[in-house]
Design a protein around this ligand. Structure first.
Ligand code: FE2
Length: 310
């Protein structure tokens, strides 16, 4: 299999209440690196193993949450092709092209609203800064890492009402696969959809909610369980607001810990999971097993994990 079409999560734009506090959190606690600021005052960040200019953008605002989520596609031709399909579909609302450079270091972007109310965009071109180990006889990790030091931005989990429509858009138009799903007592009613465009267990996930356009968490990948434990140590050492973990998910098998940025946006760092190939059957979790599906060890959910979103 080669990854074509939509390649991967490219960037996420987070609203934060205090920019300086947020920059400290994302650079010193999580360990991303600042790569630029734009004339709106937005701060651009990347993880150490990412090639492109940025993967996280912070914008100071009156409320926390997500402005939009960008996906990198494999070419400008693919961008045109997918934009035409989205423009012709009732599932994509308020479509708009943004000119090259309107977002720092980024080419033209095609933005639209999906049935769960989230703003999504596609782009093919972004300036590259290179990963911090370089590409010639690289060391396994660079000097100068700090905090949890994830290698990249990995995925986000989003809450909204019409997850059936959003699943249809991601699967039928953008070419994603449904790696795992959570269903209600009838075995069909969709509660959660874990979608992949690559060979990861998930690149984005959606949970049914009574509110649209909500962010549950933004997630960064670590090398292994020991690094998840190290992240837990940092959370205590830095007095960061802990949500839950370290623990393991049944869904995706990931090893995980959740915490909050100073504005209340939930963050995750995680490791593990399995390799997805398109001929792998979709895993189904029944809502009677939802505790084990989300937190495999505790086998029960905490109310805050279900209800707190931004
Ligand atoms: Fe996650």
């Amino acid at each position: 299999m080669s990854v074509t079409g939509v390649l991967r999560p490219g960037h996420i734009v987070l609203r934060v209440l205090d920019l300086n506090e947020a920059v400290y959190h994302y650079t010193q606690v999580i360990g991303l690196f600042e790569t630029g600021r734009d004339d709106q005052g937005r701060v651009f960040l990347k993880a150490w193993d990412e090639n492109d200019h940025h993967s996280v953008i912070l914008r100071e605002a009156d409320s926390a949450g997500m402005d939009y989520f960008g996906w990198k596609v494999d070419s400008e031709a693919t961008l045109d092709d997918l934009a035409a399909k989205l423009e012709a579909s009732p599932l994509a609302r308020d479509t708009v092209w943004h000119a090259p450079g309107e977002q720092l270091a980024t080419g033209r972007r095609f933005q639209f609203t999906i049935p769960t109310g989230h703003r999504i965009e596609l782009y093919a071109t972004k300036e590259t800064l290179g990963c911090m180990t370089g590409y010639s006889n690289p060391d396994p990790w660079p000097d100068g890492l700090r905090g949890m030091a994830p290698s990249r931005f990995d995925h986000a989990l989003l809450y909204g009402r019409d997850i059936d429509g959003t699943l249809e858009l991601f699967r039928d138009i953008l070419g994603f696969d449904l790696a795992e799903r959570v269903v209600g007592p009838d075995g069909e009613f969709l509660i959660g959809a874990f979608l992949t465009c690559s060979n990861k267990a998930h690149d984005v996930a959606f949970i049914r909610s009574d509110q649209d356009n909500r962010l549950h968490h933004v997630s960064f990948i670590l090398a292994g369980w020991h690094e998840v434990l190290h992240a837990a140590d940092i959370i205590s050492k830095r007095n960061v607001s802990l949500d839950i973990g370290p623990t393991r998910h049944g869904i995706t098998r990931g090893e995980t810990i959740y915490f909050f940025d100073p504005s209340g946006n939930r963050n995750e760092v995680f490791a593990g999971g399995y390799i997805w190939y398109p001929d792998r059957p979709t895993i189904t979790w029944h809502d009677s097993e939802i505790g084990r599906a989300i937190f495999y060890h505790d086998r029960k959910l905490n109310e805050a994990f279900l209800s707190v979103t931004t």
